[in-house]
Structure formats: structure tokens, C-alpha cells
Design a protein around this ligand. Structure first.
Ligand code: PLP
Length: 389
């Protein structure tokens, strides 16, 4: 293994693996569900059935693990499967702490299944070491969770400072690193115990598969073993072809994420000066509350996700999203094409997201095409304002 190489090299070469049998430089696809036993009924490879152990996962797991600086990685059938595997380890009465602004699927799961199982959940509007310390219930708080930057306001949290507070209370720190990717932030190097991914987003990068991954920090191999048993029991396993596609997508991860970050910064600056925009939420802007932490914690860019609030409120925001042309109105993120979304509308009536907010996932299109498209879409707000005047 070549963990001392630059992440760009690790990703581009997929750790330099060669198929031993054929010398093929691209990974083989291994769809077999069962593995041969010898006449003495022994499994020569240690494998019986792919729900326990799929050799198609090995290269993708090793690459994600190397990029994150972990002690081991597991692929799952989706980001949600990887994330819920962490929370399903908990016992009734255990307590978890999360920011209010967190991936809405996790909030939904905790509200429906987590609470039914007896988990106590605290959502904090302001996610700082001090507020987390105040929310910790000694002996009961088991997980301190965060995304950084966090969906959809891109709040940035200080990982090392939060780890410090959580570890004093013997709570695990789990970080959903889907948005930042290991190209920009490596949470384990800041002390996190666990890193989770929706591989459906930047890791794959082409909007054509659903996958998840969990990586544990050195010293937390116990978590990995437990989650592997769970993956087997609940059957949240990825298909062999999806694992193969994920590995192929990750070969261009570094290039994609840097290009998307550079374009996102240009779009954020354009929007910041636009009269139809009330606020731009992007950690790369000095005006963003998390900019200083992002400068320390992120390297090589601030990510491809940004949000902005439209003058005229929800109706105006929806009108802008309906007028884009090059950009498409769609859910999800991290693919090659740019998408825009009225996030509160997608999250439903209980959403804590501002109603005038639009979220953009920046793709790989020409930057002038993207800015031109946003400019023409925002004209609808200017026209409405003029009509009112
Ligand atoms: N984490 C974040 C930050 C997400 O945005 C999502 C999905 O949108 C998930 C996890 C869940 O991932 P998946 O859709 O692969 O289950």
C-alpha cells in the first residue's frame, strides 16, 4: 500500500493495483455470490458468500480508506445505510448530538426509527464546542455527529475542538464527509473516530449509482468489526458492479472536486454582488461565518456546494429555479452537471431551511455558461421588483 503518496496520485492510480491473474490495470468485476470449499470443507480464501465478504469491494474500500487516512473501510448499499449502521449500534436510552442543519434523511430516520428505538436526540442550532459541551449528558451521550460544511447552509464546524470536548465525555465523533470529500478535508487527521460517505455524490461523481462508505480511525477497529456484522445482518450490501463503478469514478475525484470548488467560488462571488440576492452561503467567502475555520481545516478549495437566498422570498426563489436552462432543477449533488434546488420545498413543512434558499451543486460545465444562466434566471426577480415599484 502507498499511503504516503499524494491523494491525487492515490485516486488516479486507484492505489496502483494490478490484477494478479491477467496483469490488467483496471479492476476486474467479480459478481460471484459464493466461493468454493475444498474437499475438507474449508474456505481457502476465507470467503463463503458475498453478503459477508465481497472481493469486488476491496479496491474501492482500500482507496477510500487511504484517502481518509483510516484503519479500515466498509462499503454499504447507500450513504443512509452506512450512516444508520452507526446509529443502530446504540442502545435504548443512549443520547446523540447533532446540528439542526444536517442531512434531512438522517433527521427523518432519527425522528422515526431512532426515537422509536429509544434514542435521545439533541439538535443544536449553534454547533460549537461550548454548546456541545453543555448538551452532553455524562455517561449517556454516545455520538457527536456533524457534517462540515453542513447541508444546506454550509456551516463549518471545528473538528479538532469538538473532538476534544466529545472525547472527554467518551463520546464518538462521527463526520459525514460527503460534501467536503477527503480531497479537501480529512476528519480523522483532526481526531474524528468515524467518517461516513454517501458515495452516490462526489466519490462516484457521475450521478449514476447509490453507494455508501464508513471509515474508522486507527484504534477504532472495534467499530468496523461491529458495522461489518451489521451490514451482513441487515443486508445493506452494495452490488459488485456498483463497487466497480465507484472505483472507476474515484480515479478522477481530485480533479473534479478542485474544478467544482474553483467554479463554486466564482459563482459565489458573482451572486454576492447581484441585486436580486440577499445572502450567499459559501465557506470560501470571507463573509461566511465559518470562513476562518474553513481556511484552517480545508485544503485546496471550499467545495462545490453553495446556497443563496433570493430577494422576494420563496416565490421568487422558486421562479429563479424554474428559469435556469444550462443548470437543471434536480435533487442530489456531486455529479458532473450543475443542479439547483429549492431545498425547503424538498425537505417538507418541518424543514428548518430558510424558505428563500436555493442550493446549487456546481458541476464541470464552462463557468461563463453557468454564470450567464444564473444571471438570466435572476432577471425574473429584477422584473418582478420593477413591476412592484
Ligand atoms: N449524507 C449527505 C450529506 C447527503 O446529502 C446524503 C444524501 O443526499 C446522504 C448522506 C445519504 O446518501 P445516499 O443518498 O447515498 O443514501
Amino acid at each position: 500500500m502507498t499511503n504516503d503518496q499524494h491523494p491525487d496520485t492515490l485516486a488516479a492510480t486507484a492505489l496502483g493495483w494490478i490484477d494478479r491473474e491477467t496483469d490488467a490495470m483496471a479492476a476486474p468485476l467479480r459478481p460471484s455470490t459464493s466461493f468454493l470449499r475444498d474437499p475438507a470443507h474449508l474456505d481457502r480464501t476465507g470467503r463463503k458468500f458475498t453478503r459477508d465478504d465481497n472481493p469486488s469491494y476491496l479496491q474501492a474500500e482500500a482507496l477510500i480508506n487511504a484517502l481518509e487516512g483510516g484503519a479500515g473501510c466498509l462499503l454499504f448499499s447507500s450513504g443512509m445505510a452506512a450512516i444508520t449502521a452507526v446509529f443502530q449500534r446504540l442502545m435504548p436510552g443512549d443520547h446523540v448530538i447533532l446540528p439542526v442543519q444536517v442531512y434531512s434523511g438522517l433527521r427523518d430516520w432519527l425522528e422515526h426509527h431512532g426515537k422509536r428505538w429509544g434514542l435521545e436526540v439533541s439538535y443544536l442550532p449553534d454547533y460549537t464546542p461550548a454548546t456541545i459541551e453543555a448538551a452532553i449528558i455524562p455517561g449517556k451521550t454516545k455520538i457527536v455527529w456533524m457534517e462540515t460544511p453542513s447541508n444546506p447552509t454550509w456551516t463549518v464546524s471545528d473538528i479538532a475542538a469538538i473532538v476534544n470536548v466529545a472525547h472527554k465525555a467518551e463520546a464518538i465523533v462521527g463526520i459525514d464527509n460527503t460534501v467536503s470529500t477527503p480531497i479537501l478535508t480529512q476528519p480523522i487527521r483532526h481526531g474524528a473516530d468515524l467518517v461516513l460517505h454517501s458515495g452516490s455524490k462526489y466519490l462516484n461523481g457521475h450521478g449514476d449509482l447509490i453507494a455508501g462508505a464508513a471509515v474508522v480511525a486507527p484504534g477504532r477497529e472495534d467499530l468496523l468489526a461491529d458495522m461489518k456484522t451489521q451490514r451482513n445482518h441487515y443486508g445493506a450490501i452494495l452490488g459488485s458492479f456498483e463497487a466497480w463503478l465507484l472505483l472507476r469514478g474515484m480515479r478522477t475525484l481530485a480533479l473534479r472536486v478542485r474544478a467544482q470548488s474553483a467554479s463554486a467560488l466564482k459563482i459565489a462571488k458573482f451572486l454576492e454582488n447581484h441585486p436580486a440576492v440577499v445572502e450567499v452561503l459559501y465557506p470560501g467567502l470571507p463573509s461566511h461565518a465559518g470562513h476562518d475555520i474553513a481556511l484552517r481545516q480545508m485544503a485546496g478549495g471550499f467545495g462545490g456546494m453553495l446556497s443563496f437566498c433570493v430577494a422576494g422570498g420563496e416565490t421568487a426563489a422558486k421562479a429563479v429555479a424554474a428559469r435556469v436552462g444550462v443548470i437543471r432543477q434536480a435533487i442530489s449533488f456531486g455529479s458532473t452537471e450543475t443542479v439547483i434546488e429549492h431545498r425547503a420545498g424538498m425537505e417538507g413543512p418541518d424543514s428548518p431551511t430558510p424558505r428563500d434558499l436555493l442550493r446549487i451543486s456546481v458541476g464541470l460545465e464552462n463557468i461563463d455558461d453557468l454564470i450567464g444562466d444564473l444571471g438570466q434566471a435572476l432577471e425574473v426577480v429584477i422584473t418582478q421588483e420593477e413591476k412592484r415599484a
